[in-house]
Design a protein around this ligand. Sequence first.
Ligand SMILES: Nc1ncnc2c1ncn2[C@@H]1O[C@H](COP(=O)(O)OP(=O)(O)OP(=O)(O)O)[C@@H](O)[C@H]1O
Ligand SMILES: O=C(O)[C@@H](O)C(=O)CO
Length: 420
Amino acid sequence: MTTYLGCIADDFTGATDLAGLLARSGLPVSLRMGVPDAPPADTAPFEVIALKCRTAPVAEAVVETRRALDWLKQAGAERFFWKYCSTFDSTPEGNIGPVAEALMQALGTDQTIYCPAFPENGRSIFMGNLFVGRQPLAESPMKDHPLTPMRDSNLMRLLEPQVTRPVGLVDRLTVAQGADAVRAALAALGTEGVAHVVVDAVANGDLEVIAEACRDMPLMTGGSAVAMPLPSLYRAAGGMGEDAARFDPPQVARAAVVLSGSCSAMTNAQVAQYIATGAPALRLDPMTLAENGHGSALDWLASQDLDRAPLIYATADPDAVRRAQEALGRARAGEIVEQALAACALAARDAGARRIVVAGGETSGAVTQALGVDRLDIGQEIAPGVPWTYCTSAGHRLALTLKSGNFGAPSFFTDALERA
Ligand SMILES: Nc1ncnc2c1ncn2[C@@H]1O[C@H](COP(=O)(O)OP(=O)(O)OP(=O)(O)O)[C@@H](O)[C@H]1O
Ligand SMILES: O=C(O)[C@@H](O)C(=O)CO
């Protein structure tokens, strides 16, 4: 099947978020975990490749995204989307800007847009400043993120040190005038040599305007929501087969496990609420893991009734995360936890778990890699940007949900388990 849009996501929860929003169109979306080794076959109109490169060294992220681009080109895609976090998570070195520049160069294009807005999840952009709910990004809980603390809310200032060419803005006043005004503003910026354009959006209507204005750009970049209108726009333009069947989720056994490595404020609330329901829960402490390994977590898991969906979590408040990072280093603390949760996922699968709920993008990357999952089919959305997905791991059909740190209601874990 022709691929209309080739998407590259910088983490695994971000990729399921994007795939879930594209799938709202009813058109088939295929999500590949990492760049497939085999050349494209059995492709969908919307292909998403999930990478784990949000916090990778810049050179590594550029190489991986270029490989993904080549695969998507081979699949026939002519337009591309670079998906990063709706809270613009990146280190001062990158990787959002350097990857965008590398993709632009490979595609021979001089301009792209940056629109991480996701109004349904409270992310809006006004005058180039990103808000999380009513708080500027740098005053939101994102200031304490374990890997990418966000200490500035201005997207132009965040992007400038990451790119070599000029950065500009199309503001909300222009977006409010419609797609032609956005196109004209982009063209005017283009004549001034502005390659990287942040575009304001505060509501889904703004995203529809922006998508309409930018749908023919070789490369768009942003959060998932600005891509959401694209399937309908491409379908309306004609030429897209209507016969592609929507994915029909399989029945999976009830046995489940919940694995949480996200330390976001929302995941902290979700863990607390799930424990309050009486669910069995085990807290992992990075310092203890560093000293003793994760054997005792596996022993605990082996003693659990998986029909009660036990929770294993390293989720902690910012002070506890800081203490662990001071003792072990930021990257090492993260890795130890990711390895432990990945080992728990494998053990749970081998013990019969067929529904696995994972919280956190890096954590999801570690878990899906451990499970050897290379492709996910997109099922029902549990919360905006968090669908159930289905895959095969060691011959077992599994339902997997990869929850972005900040997404979902406080009742998310129960909500998820009630819906698959
Ligand atoms: N108690 C802890 N102390 C230090 N680091 C931790 C702790 N618990 C988890 N981590 C690490 O923090 C990181 C959390 O990142 P992750 O991407 O999984 O969650 P997130 O950023 O909230 O999710 P998303 O990227 O979807 O928004 C992981 O590397 C995880 O291993
Ligand atoms: O855009 C978001 O907020 C999420 O899809 C994400 O990328 C979390 O890692």
